[in-house]
Unconditional design. Structure first.
Length: 107
């Protein structure tokens, strides 16, 4: 998917890059619910469904980063990252990664 979208994404304004993760999470949640992906299955759709289920179960205490990630979250992707780093930490990490200035190449 990244290879297909890369030429399009390079042409979009850099400020939109902060929306990619949010859009990806919301689209995954929508597809997970609409297509009734089984969160018990050990395949791509099952893992995505499990990650979304875990992410949207987190309460404010977990989102603030006060909880310790449990082994059940270890394979839940973004839910584990949010619980380990807090929602603010994930936003700062995303901003740091996406808003880096272009590196100059010395050809």
């Amino acid at each position: 998917m990244l290879l297909v979208l890369a030429p399009l994404l390079r042409r979009l304004p850099i400020s939109l890059e902060l929306l990619y993760l949010r859009a990806g999470v919301l689209l995954t949640r929508i597809f997970s619910d609409a297509l009734a992906w089984n969160s018990i299955e050990d395949n791509l759709t099952g893992r995505l469904a499990r990650g979304m289920k875990q992410l949207f179960k987190l309460d404010w205490y977990d989102l603030a980063g006060f909880s310790v990630p449990t082994p059940a979250l270890a394979d839940s992707g973004i839910a584990y990252l949010v619980m380990a780093q807090s929602l603010v930490g994930v936003a700062i990490l995303q901003a740091f990664l996406y808003l880096q200035p272009d590196l100059q190449r010395s050809d």
